[in-house]
Design a protein around this ligand. Structure first.
Ligand code: ZN
Length: 292
């Protein structure tokens, strides 16, 4: 199996046809590594915008790609045909975070009427893998932050240009290469399931009768004495959560119990908490109120 690291640069441009902004691909860069992680090929191609003759100033400042550069590019369909041939078969494709794949997919759908990325067979999110190796949890870190943490010099790379970014990625990949650790990030992108997952948008369940609502998760215990609380009032739905008032029959403790059911592609995530009523404020003396 060979390894490909792919990166896209894009420009936000308004599509009159779709009445919305689209992140239009303006550059594709990639490196290919053999089984021993030796670089065996590079791909770099500027892509000509079909929506605009000019790039946004944000894109120009970030990438240093000029309008002339962009206009000298090839059309996306040509770039992707060349890329597909260059990529070849039996590959694992990686990008720094999966955002690039969403951008690629949107471009394929909007401009080429395609729904699948046929040039990717297997995919892994290199950002997740490298962050695991760096021990960075929580927030996603930028590629150049990872480069620094990995002991490389960010100035050695042409950042925010597709090829510069993938060369930096390749250095990180080589440094932290560990097949057993990468394996868990590899997904098969040739299945219907992969695309269904990509298209799925998580949502909160708002209907109490939904089969995804597990009523046993809608019970509370008194935080003071541990007794199961009694619900006093109807469930209401607000801010993505079911809410109801609960009361303890032993110690008269009261709170508002809240439960959220979030439907993801293959599970339902349940979160619950309770909010105690604000303690009654002492009435202010009239002169104090006036002083305020
Ligand atoms: Zn109690």
């Amino acid at each position: 199996m060979k390894y490909i690291i792919l990166d896209l640069e894009w420009n936000s441009a308004y599509s009159v046809k779709e009445s919305r902004f689209i992140n239009e691909i303006i550059e594709i860069g990639a490196v290919k590594l053999d089984e021993n992680l030796n670089e065996i090929g590079r791909y770099q191609q500027l892509v000509r915008s079909r929506l605009n003759k000019k790039l946004s100033s944000r894109t120009k400042n970030l990438t240093h790609i000029t309008n002339e550069d962009m206009l000298s590019g090839v059309m996306l369909e040509k770039a992707l045909a060349d890329y597909t041939e260059w990529a070849g078969e039996d590959t694992l494709t990686m990008t720094w975070s999966n955002t690039d794949l969403y951008v690629m997919r949107e471009n394929l759908k909007s401009f080429l009427g395609k729904s699948r990325m046929d040039f990717i067979e297997r995919y892994a999110d290199l950002q997740k893998f490298v962050q695991e190796k760096l021990g960075v949890t929580g927030n996603q870190i930028s590629l150049m932050s990872a480069v620094e943490l990995g002991g490389f010099n960010p100035e050695d790379y042409q950042a925010h240009r597709a090829l510069g970014d993938v060369i930096a990625c390749a250095d990180l990949f080589r440094k932290y290469f560990d097949m057993s650790a990468i394996k868990k990030y590899i997904v098969d992108t040739t299945t219907d399931d992969y695309y269904a997952r990509m298209d799925f948008k998580p949502y909160y369940i708002s209907d109490l009768t939904s089969p995804y609502v597990d009523k046993t998760k809608m019970q509370f215990r008194c935080d003071l004495c541990g007794t199961p609380m009694k619900r006093v009032g109807k469930w209401k739905f607000a801010n993505n959560a079911f809410r109801a008032n609960f009361k303890c029959s032993i110690c008269e403790n009261e709170f508002s119990g809240r439960v959220r059911f979030k439907k993801t592609y293959d599970s339902v995530i349940v979160k619950s908490n309770f909010v105690k009523p604000e303690p009654q404020k002492e009435e202010k003396a009239p002169e104090q109120a006036e002083a305020n």
